[in-house]
Ligand binder design. Structure first.
Ligand code: GTP
Length: 356
């Protein structure tokens, strides 16, 4: 595969992840204690992507300050910052100056292991101008469905079909391969979307648009339930990140200076960040992620949870299926079950699910 460039769409405030994303962009929420976007960059790096352009519009400086020119990530990074949200296709148009050959576009909230090299071979083999990665879902009614013919050529897009309209379970996975000339159809400095704008237009113009079906892992992590699920799936080895080394299903990965009292019990899979302290008789049962500088009080019980950094859990607390934002404090003997809680005491319910 020749060297590819990639655009990652890092827009929106991630409203569906509120209150976690009041202060940080969705792309920076920690997954196994590393910003989500770092996992995506590592994934693209594995496919020898030689240059990544981050299309940003919400708190861009947070992302630019963290990643800089990409030297720490091992891939050169460029930024295309929008004054106002330009939509998915408009944001890529805004990065057009960097795009002179076939390039890949990724929705910034998608975690996938789709085989980009194979998708590129498919795209070239078909002579496509645009290839849309497809993933199969049981119920496509909340998604953009993509109908293809037996050769994979796209026949029709149906946005959020009613059950009667469902003709296929393959949906748009938010991963595209595009030829730069398709951007001539995207108006500059105008809000314009791939799903409702460019792709239907290309079909109308008779351009070769193909769908590439993938059976790989796919998750839009932009809801609290899916965010928790992604952390759990990675710990349970149902998904693999190119960023983190080998995890083991029963393992407990501790960072530097973690103090676990000998009478506390930690059952993996779990990841514990640096400088955490776990008090006597606390019981942690994975999948669990604990950020750096957290304190877990005596007799606390934690099961299926993601704690960001600086979280303070009182004695006798029970946590189950929850996400706690940075510096959240939970008072002694409180129970937090199926919930997202942040330091300003914002609390939203997490839809019950099976995470382990
Ligand atoms: P948000 O919650 O607003 O991030 O979007 P969404 O999860 O509802 O997803 P949507 O289908 O609207 O967008 C798909 C991807 O494109 C997500 O990663 C968005 O963050 C990103 N995106 C959407 N609109 C824009 C935009 O105007 N500019 C940029 N740069 N990215 C965008």
């Amino acid at each position: 595969m020749g060297a590819l460039k990639a655009v990652i769409l890092v827009g929106g405030g991630g409203t569906r992840l509120h209150p976690l994303t009041y202060e940080i962009p969705k792309a920076m929420v920690p997954v196994l204690n590393r910003p989500f976007l770092e996992h995506t960059i590592a994934y693209l790096k594995n496919y020898k992507v030689k240059d990544i352009i981050l299309a940003l519009n919400y708190l861009p400086e947070v992302i630019q300050n963290y990643f800089g020119d990409g030297s720490n990530s091992g891939v050169p990074l460029n930024y295309a910052v929008e004054d106002n949200p330009l939509g998915t296709a408009g944001a890529v148009k805004n990065a057009e100056r960097y795009l002179t050959s076939t390039f890949v576009v990724l929705n910034g909230d998608v975690f996938t292991d789709l085989d980009i090299a194979d998708m590129v071979a498919f795209h070239r083999g078909k002579g496509a101008k645009a290839t849309i990665g497809l993933t199969w879902v049981d119920d496509p009614c909340a998604f953009g469905v993509v109908e293809t013919d037996s050769d994979g050529r796209v026949r029709r897009f149906i946005e959020k079909p009613s059950p009667a309209q469902v003709t296929t379970n393959w949906i748009n996975a938010g991963v595209y391969l595009l030829e730069p000339e398709v951007l001539q159809h995207v108006p500059p400095n105008t809000h314009y979307m791939f799903e409702k704008g460019l792709f239907p237009l290309l079909l109308k113009l008779g351009e070769p648009v193909y769908g590439y079906p993938s059976n790989g892992y796919f998750l839009d992590m932009g809801t609290p339930g899916n965010y928790l699920r992604l952390n759990c799936d990675l710990l349970l080895l149902k998904a693999k990140s190119a960023l983190v080394g080998s995890l083991s299903r029963e393992g407990v990965g501790c960072d530097k200076e973690v103090i676990i009292h000998p009478s506390a019990e930690v059952v993996g899979p779990a990841v514990i960040g640096s400088k955490c302290r776990i008090d006597p008789k606390a019981c942690i049962k994975g999948p669990v992620v604990i950020g750096s500088n957290c304190h877990i009080g005596e007799d606390a019980n934690i099961e299926v949870a993601v704690l960001w950094r600086g979280v303070n859990i009182g004695a006798g607390v029970t946590l189950k299926q929850c996400i706690l934002g940075t510096n959240t404090k939970i008072e002694d003997n409180e129970q937090v079950i199926n919930a997202v809680v942040t330091s300003d005491k914002a609390r939203v319910a997490l839809i019950e699910g099976s995470y382990s």
